[in-house]
Design a binder for this molecule. Structure first.
Ligand SMILES: Nc1ncnc2c1ncn2[C@@H]1O[C@H](COP(=O)(O)O)[C@@H](O)[C@H]1OP(=O)(O)O
Ligand SMILES: [Mg+2]
Ligand SMILES: [Mg+2]
Ligand SMILES: [Mg+2]
Length: 405
C-alpha cells in the first residue's frame, strides 16, 4: 500500500496512494582542513554531507539569476499544463504538450541566465537539444514554443527585451550541449523533471544547479504543484491546498523555500527523526523508474511503518528538505544511467538542509564526470542520524535481491 500526492486529481485517502516527485547528490571532501588523519575514519555518508574546496565563495548573483530563470520556466510549464488538463482526453495522451513545455523551459532558462550574467562564461549541461525541433514537421511546434517564451518574458517584467525569433530559441536550447566536467563553472538543467507527472497533472519540477570545479554550489527547484504546506500525514484532497514552491540553496548558506508567487523565504531543515518506525519514505510514482519491491524490503528491514509516499520528480528532494518525509529511495532498473540534471539541484537543496545523499554503497555522488552520474546501484537520501541504519538495510536488501537487480 502506498500514498501519492498529486495536484489536480485524486482525493488522498489514508493508506491508499500519495504521489509526488524529487531527487539528490553529494560532495566528496571532508571539511576538516587541519585534521587530515581524522578524515579516514569519517564514514562515506558523512563525507557526503560536507562541502568541497569551493565552499568559501559566494554565488549570490548566480543564485538570483537561477531563481528568476527557474521561476519563469515554471510559469511557462504551468501555463502549458493548465491548457493540457483543460483539453480533452485524446490530447492528454499526446506527447506534444510536454515537448513544448520542455523546450520552452530550457530556452527560457538558457536565455535568462546568459542575459543576467553577461560577464561570466556561459556553459550549460541540459537535457534537451534542438535536433527534432529543427525538422520541417516541427515548424508549428517551434512557433508555439517561441510564442510561449516571448509571452512569458513579456508578462513577467521582461517586456523590454526584443522578442526572440525561432532561431534565437533553437540557439538558446542548444547552449545546453555542454559536457560539464571537473573544471570551471557549468549550469545543470532539467527543464521539466518528471514528465510523466506533468502529463498526469501531478508533480514535476524545473531543476537548476551550478557546478564549480565539479562540485554543486547552488541548486534551485521550482515545483509548481507541490503544496506549500507539508505533505506528511496528508489525509484529504490536496486540491484545497495552496501550491507552488521554490526551493533554493547555496553552498554553506542553508536551504530556503518560498512560494512561487514570491512570499518571503523561510529556512528549511530535513526531518530530525531518529527512530525509523516514525519515518516515512518517498519513492518514484512510476514503477518503471525505481524498484518498488526493493524499497519495500528496505523499509521493512528498517522498521518503517508508514506506506511509501510516491511522487514524481525532484519535488521529492524539496519535500524531504523541509522534513515532510525522512527517506528517499531510488533504485532504477538495471542498465539505467542517471544524469546529473536529475539530481544536482535536489542534492544541493537536501544537503544544505542538513541531509545526506549517497549511492547505494554510501559513496557521495560525483557530478564532475560529465553528463552522467557514475554510481553504485541506486541513490539514497536521509538525515545523518538515520543514514547508518538505512545504509545497512539497503546493503542487506540488495544482497537478498541481487538476482533481480
Ligand atoms: N527508465 C527510467 N528509469 C529511471 N528514471 C527515468 C527513466 N526514464 C526517465 N527517467 C527520469 O527519471 C526522472 C523522474 O523520476 P521520478 O519522477 O520517478 O523520480 C526524470 O528525470 C525522468 O526523466 P524526465 O526528466 O524526462 O522526466
Ligand atoms: Mg529528469
Ligand atoms: Mg526532463
Ligand atoms: Mg526527459
Amino acid at each position: 500500500m502506498s500514498a501519492s500526492i498529486g495536484h489536480s486529481s485524486t482525493p488522498l485517502t489514508r493508506g491508499v496512494l500519495l504521489h509526488i516527485n524529487a531527487t539528490k547528490p553529494a560532495h566528496s571532501k571532508p571539511h576538516f582542513p587541519f585534521l587530515f588523519s581524522v578524515s579516514y575514519s569519517i564514514p562515506n555518508y558523512l563525507r557526503a554531507s560536507r562541502r568541497g574546496a569551493v565552499a568559501s565563495m559566494s554565488y549570490d548573483k548566480q543564485l538570483a539569476a537561477a531563481k528568476k530563470a527557474a521561476s519563469l520556466a515554471a510559469r511557462l510549464c504551468q501555463k502549458v499544463q493548465t491548457a493540457l488538463l483543460q483539453s480533452d482526453v485524446h490530447s492528454k495522451s499526446d506527447k506534444s504538450p510536454v515537448t513544448v513545455a520542455d523546450y520552452g523551459s530550457q530556452a527560457l532558462v538558457s536565455f535568462i541566465l546568459e542575459k543576467e550574467l553577461p560577464s561570466i562564461p556561459f556553459s550549460l549541461v541540459a537535457e534537451e537539444d534542438s535536433e527534432d525541433l529543427r525538422k520541417e514537421e516541427s515548424r508549428e511546434t517551434l512557433h508555439r514554443i517561441t510564442e510561449l517564451v516571448n509571452e512569458t518574458l513579456a508578462s513577467h517584467g521582461m517586456g523590454d527585451i526584443s522578442p526572440l525569433s525561432d532561431e534565437d530559441v533553437l540557439i538558446a536550447i542548444d547552449k545546453g550541449k555542454s559536457e560539464g566536467g571537473p573544471h570551471g563553472l557549468h549550469w545543470v538543467l532539467d527543464p521539466i523533471d518528471g514528465t510523466k507527472g506533468f502529463l498526469r497533472g501531478d508533480q514535476y519540477a524545473t531543476a537548476l544547479a551550478l557546478l564549480d570545479e565539479g562540485k554543486v554550489v547552488l541548486g534551485v527547484l521550482a515545483c509548481p504543484n507541490l503544496p506549500l504546506a507539508s505533505i506528511a500525514r496528508r489525509d484529504q484532497s490536496i486540491s484545497e491546498d495552496k501550491a507552488g514552491c521554490l526551493f533554493f540553496a547555496q553552498v554553506d548558506a542553508g536551504t530556503y523555500m518560498q512560494s512561487l508567487d514570491g512570499s518571503p523565504p523561510t529556512k528549511v531543515h530535513v526531518s530530525a527523526i531518529e527512530n525509523p518506525e516514525e519515518a516515512s519514505f518517498f519513492e518514484s510514482f512510476e514503477a518503471a523508474h525505481s524498484l518498488h519491491d526493493l524499497s519495500s524490503l528496505i523499509a521493512k528491514k528498517l522498521g518503517v511503518k508508514a506506506p511509501p509516499v510516491r511522487i514524481d520528480s525532484q519535488a521529492k528532494y524539496g519535500a524531504l528538505s523541509r522534513g515532510d518525509g525522512a527517506i528517499y529511495l531510488r533504485f532504477p532498473h538495471k542498465g539505467y544511467r542517471e544524469k546529473i540534471w536529475d539530481h544536482a539541484a535536489g542534492y544541493m537543496v537536501v544537503a544544505e538542509a542538513g541531509g545526506v545523499v549517497t549511492d547505494a554503497a554510501g559513496n557521495p555522488l560525483d557530478f564532475s564526470k560529465g553528463r552522467y552520474l557514475d554510481l553504485d546501484t541506486g541513490i539514497i537520501v536521509t538525515n545523518q542520524k538515520l543514514m547508518p541504519a538505512l545504509l545497512k538495510a539497503v546493503q542487506e536488501s540488495i544482497k537478498e535481491k541481487s538476482s533481480s537487480l
